[in-house]
Design a protein around this ligand. Structure first.
Ligand SMILES: [Zn+2]
Length: 195
């Protein structure tokens, strides 16, 4: 009985997904030895999901990373800077002595990048006019600007999404009515939040 590489439990070979890949060893008859990985069907789906998630994370992080290098004119982000980003991503940062209560995953790299870009004018102004002693001071100051604007940008994006729904779904009258109602509700909610 092969062991599932994902959950480490045994499974029935016939009911599992098998991935084969050639090794650099040979059998007696000269053919290449293959290494086989087995997964339960459900575990294989989780594995693929995980792969997709990690790839997306890596891409989003790279986008944010490159943006920050350019913004701060740096060749690389040092450990402290990177830690700040990771803490926010994992939802472990404190703002005004309060832990961010987002999803358990914290703020996505994309949300961070979107927010940096949204408040880029404020950031450019701060970098131009403030006298920062070190790059770390500059990074931290600008990072705070971004963190403090996260909610605002998040709200704006939600509203924009609500407005774009009706143009996407125009299959019949019923759908359109439904979406208009949704949109009005959303706007009411947003306004009350701002007040
Ligand atoms: Zn499994």
């Amino acid at each position: 009985m092969p062991k599932c590489k994902w959950c480490k439990e045994d499974g029935e070979k016939e009911q599992m997904v098998c991935y084969e890949k050639p090794t650099n060893r040979f059998k007696k008859d000269g053919s290449v030895m293959m290494s086989r990985s087995y997964y339960h069907n459900a575990c294989d789906e989780l594995r693929i999901e995980d792969e997709v998630f990690k790839k997306k994370e890596a891409e989003e992080l790279d986008g944010l990373y490159q943006y920050l290098l350019k913004l701060h004119n740096l060749e690389l982000l040092d450990g402290r800077m990177f830690e700040k980003i990771q803490d926010l991503r994992n939802g472990t940062i404190k703002i005004n002595n309060r832990k961010i209560r987002k999803s358990k995953e914290g703020v996505s790299y994309k949300q961070m990048l979107d927010t940096y870009q949204h408040v880029s004018k404020n950031i450019d102004y701060a970098i131009r006019t403030k006298q920062f002693k070190t790059k770390w001071n500059e990074f931290s100051y600008v990072f705070s600007i971004m963190v403090n604007s996260l909610n605002e940008v998040n709200l704006l994006q939600k509203r924009n999404n609500a407005i774009t729904i009706p143009t996407e779904v125009v299959s019949n009258d019923f759908d359109i009515k439904m979406n208009i109602n949704k949109q009005t509700k959303k706007d009411d909610m947003d306004i009350s939040h701002l007040l």
